[in-house]
Design a protein around this ligand. Structure first.
Ligand code: EPU
Length: 420
């Protein structure tokens, strides 16, 4: 397996271009299942999770083509033959559960392997299932699979007991072809949900309220294909480079991003002392010589994203004073803490909170993590650690960061991928 080796200590300087958002691209590519036309998408990031999604869609009978250099993808789901997402494909990527809603909507049936837990938490899908059942689907759990059937889904008024991003997306995709009106209450307000609603509306769906906590969907008879639909920039990749610049006391211009999706992250990074300027699609960040400690609590959007918690913790591990980071979304998202400690960080975890006492420096070490954002946090730690850091299990990074080491190299970091 590939590793990433970093020699720490260089401030980052220069310009970095942000890729398309993984978590917007995944549901949008899956939404191609809702029509038998050919759909084309732009700004699709070249990531393992995208390839896993295209493999799954191909397995379902869609014809998928991706040009990773041009970042263009075409999906034609004319002859769907297989309403089943098998264990071997789903276990590689939990987000595969997103095919459930569209398959039932289009084919009247679906059989999808239950995703199970992952390193960061149990991650049940009970709300996806409850919503589909209220829309008239008969749901059975058998042999590790969820089987759903509905002659024709019907609109429902559904309240999410807690905010779920892929749950909102799954039900939104199911509702676009349902009979009548669906109202989703306490819906997720993430930019990726808005992006999916935009893609579906561009296909002829009638969705209102995406980006608020009440989404109304008027079912339509059928959808048409979309041409050149553009995936929004990745706000978590943007946030990761923001932290990297502040952490290394560098000066970085982040281009091709959407600062309006990062209010909470920009606010917290400004409080650490970094200087930040923003334009319509760029952010300039200049790190301060000393980093102030700042408390953070993860929350659904527009709160501070859980997907930025691990990266922010590295910043706090070398800040002056004490900071408290509370994780309220996932029950086990501190897996990076023990590795950061091995690099010299002073962090104490109690329940869902981590108390971080800033230290003057971290020291390089061989490290690994079994989650995407935790792995990113270890790369960031390597950028400022004294000596050499090797991050193992790089496939986690490749799931969600396009050419991360190349982007850091361009900014002046001493970082390389060691291929097995
Ligand atoms: N939950 C339930 N029941 C459900 C659904 C969710 O209890 O039916 C719980 C989860 O266990 C969790 C909380 O609700 O405690 C929120 O989970 P959510 O469903 O919102 O997470 P998700 O949709 O599975 C997406 C992103 C994650 C991101 C979370 C939170 C995608 C493909 N994934 O996951 O991204 O952390 O929202 O913002 O959009 C990542 O990119 O590294 C990543 C993990």
């Amino acid at each position: 397996m590939d590793q990433i080796r970093i020699e720490g200590g260089n401030p980052l300087n220069g310009v970095v271009e942000i890729s398309g958002a993984k978590n917007a691209a995944l549901p949008i590519l899956v939404s191609a299942l809702l029509t038998d036309g050919c759909n084309t998408y732009q700004n699709v990031p070249d990531l393992r999770d995208i390839h896993s999604t295209l493999n799954l869609l191909t397995h379902l009978g869609a014809d998928c083509r991706m040009d990773p250099i041009a970042h263009e993808t075409t999906i034609c789901a004319k002859g769907l033959i297989e309403p089943e997402a098998p264990y071997d494909l789903v276990r590689k990527m939990r987000a595969s559960i997103l095919v459930l809603g569209p398959l039932v909507a289009r084919l009247g049936k679906a059989r999808v392997s239950l995703p199970g837990g992952c390193a960061i938490g149990a991650r049940p899908i009970n709300l996806h299932l409850k919503g589909l059942s209220e829309m008239g689907a008969a749901i059975e759990l058998k042999h590790g699979y969820v089987e759903a059937r509905a002659e024709h889904l019907k609109g429902a008024d559904f309240y999410f007991d807690l905010v779920t991003v892929t749950g909102t997306e799954n039900l939104m995709m199911a509702a676009v072809l349902a009979k009548g009106k669906t109202v989703l209450r306490n819906a997720a307000r993430e930019p990726e949900v808005v992006a999916l609603a935009d893609a579906l509306n561009a296909m002829g769906a009638q969705i209102e309220g995406a980006g608020t906590s009440v989404i109304t969907i008027h079912g339509v008879e059928g959808l048409h294909s979309v041409d050149s639909f553009r995936i929004i920039p990745d706000r978590i990749e943007t946030g990761t480079f923001l932290v990297a610049a502040a952490l290394t006391r560098g000066q970085v211009e982040i281009r091709g991003c959407d600062p309006s999706h990062l209010d909470a992250v920009l606010h917290k990074i400004r409080l650490t002392g970094a200087e930040i300027e923003t334009g319509e699609n760029w952010i300039r960040v200049a790190g301060a010589p000393s980093i102030h400690s700042v408390d953070v609590k993860t929350l659904p959007y527009p709160g501070f994203p859980t997907d930025m918690q691990a990266q922010f913790m590295v910043l706090m591990s070398v800040a002056e004073g004490l900071s408290l980071i509370s994780e309220t979304i996932f029950e086990n998202r501190f897996i990076h803490v023990s590795e950061l400690r091995r690099m010299g960080a002073d962090i104490t975890v109690s329940g869902n909170s981590a108390l971080i006492k800033g230290v003057p420096k971290l020291s390089g070490a061989p490290v690994m993590a079994s989650d995407l954002r935790a792995s990113a946090c270890l790369v960031l730690a390597g950028l400022i650690a004294e000596g050499s850091t090797t991050v193992q299990r790089v496939y986690h990074l490749d799931r969600g960061y396009e050419a991360m080491e190349k982007k850091f190299q361009k900014l002046g970091a001493v970082i390389e991928r060691i291929q097995e």
